[in-house]
Write a protein that binds this ligand. Sequence first.
Ligand SMILES: NC(=O)c1ccc[n+]([C@@H]2O[C@H](COP(=O)([O-])OP(=O)(O)OC[C@H]3O[C@@H](n4cnc5c(N)ncnc54)[C@H](OP(=O)(O)O)[C@@H]3O)[C@@H](O)[C@H]2O)c1
Length: 336
Amino acid sequence: MNNKTKLRWGILGAARVNERLMPAIIEASNAELAAIASRRPGAAAQTLERYAPQQQARTYDNLDALLNDPEVDAVYLPLANHEHAEWALRAIEHGKHVLCEKPMALTVADIDAIQAAAQKHQVTVMEGFMYRFHPQHAKVRELIDSGIIGDIRSVRSSFSFMMKPERLYRLAESVENGGGAMWDIGCYAIHSARMFIDEPAVSVSAIAKYVESGADSATSGIIDFGDGKYAHFDFSFERARRCEYEITGTKGGIKCHNVWCMPGDAPMISWWSEGGEPSEEWLHAANHFRLEIEHFSDCVLNGKAPALSLDDAKANCRIIVGALQSAATGQRVKLV
Ligand SMILES: NC(=O)c1ccc[n+]([C@@H]2O[C@H](COP(=O)([O-])OP(=O)(O)OC[C@H]3O[C@@H](n4cnc5c(N)ncnc54)[C@H](OP(=O)(O)O)[C@@H]3O)[C@@H](O)[C@H]2O)c1
């Protein structure tokens, strides 16, 4: 990678989310879109035409061809959830760096295998939680560090919207096969709740509504971090839109109102402190997809560790798997 200023990206799968990622790769200062592949004949070319019509990227009608392309340095992996681990491993074995859409895998053991392979092949691998690259969370961190809310005691994160009928295929698979709200949006809610309580989770409890396939359509739960520190999460495909987290400390609270925003959305943060006036601030819009691509490209080009480690991916997966088990059994699940 020496002396290169742009990381050459290949996209493994003609997925809907490419609508966000392809423009982000093109706009990123240190990345270029080299190739896209799909298993459906013509789908890669169609996706390129739709989302990046000016680009000269190569298109392939099978995924292995992209992995064998020596002019692809890094792979963005937006396949279906249950395919992530298998294709991340294949890409790593081909010497590719991998930015894998969330969730990286459906089991902690699969992330262990990815971590071992990444170490062996000396490649960078990161789970694609793009929202973490939005500057609004640095602003929240700044407020916490200023001491206005005191010591953090709890975080609540909520992600819900009415799922459009044409997207209900997300409920076609059971949770064991990567379907349902937990793997789709719950992983974000849990990840964001963990952002400000930097301790291992002790246990998790959850309740869920399931549809016929065995996918969850609405889930709520509590993560216990010990010493009275809790994270409350709730997410649903059948409620009005919310995409927020709220942190409560010993002296006040901070709320991030639009966590999983679209690139053009102006995000808002509000906060209060005992004895003080409530405050709020609108921040500038930022494209967290582009910022994520620039971060990952910088890590690979300059030999830096990514902001989101594979240990972080495992910690998130451990809680998700525990929450699914808790919802299925009605029991609290110990995590340590
Ligand atoms: N970061 C975000 O904001 C965000 C947003 C949405 C989703 N995601 C994540 O990104 C991943 C992809 O989600 P998505 O909703 O974009 O997936 P999707 O459109 O359902 O596509 C997933 C895969 O299924 C195949 N596929 C797509 N359309 C198909 C069709 N009509 N018939 C048969 N196969 C089809 C594609 O592989 P082939 O091209 O090889 O056939 C594609 O890579 C998931 O892991 C999801 O959790 C992230």
